[in-house]
Design a protein. Sequence first.
Length: 214
Amino acid sequence: MALDPRETQQLLAQAQIKLTGASEAGIKAELYDVLKEFFEDSSCWQEDIPFLPVANQTEYLLAPAQDGQIIRLNGVWDGNLSPVESYMPDFATLILRWPPQSDSPANFFARVTKTVTLPITRDALPVAPDWTLRVYSIHILDGLVGKMMGQQQKTYSNNTMAAYHLKRFRTGIQLAKVAAERANLKGAQNWSYPRGWRNNSQRGGVSTAYPTRF
């Protein structure tokens, strides 16, 4: 998984126009921290990870198939779309509060939130979803410009403009967070079944690190 190269080059070009004297290497280095904050605070990079439950086994190691570092467990569901009480005491280690009494014939699914992690690409760019800049380039640019303008004693230092761009960046994070909570569906409720699952009449729920019964 990688950032869209055309969108990336456009972002870097726009940043250099606004940041007089900034090097491309410096901009790329700051981009990592900007994306890290964006994904961690918006929770918009999510993945549904399937795993096959084993009788009386409570602990499962979650391995994302699409890169990124797991930072949050959003919920776990069984094959019937019923929420399963669970928590994640260590990143990527899933604990089922009530393990199945027999082997399951169908996968359970864990929905997780992710952020960027090392290593970066050979072009010194963070590994992130290809839709990141196609959808949120304006907000990422604000975060990038704002953070760099906040650096002191640089040709592009400007505390007033830094505050302006960072405020816009935080607004973008909030927009991305709401969109993720509604599964990018306008007017939707703040929760939806994992992507690709069939619908039924069961009520949904989300289990968290502090399980409660549904």
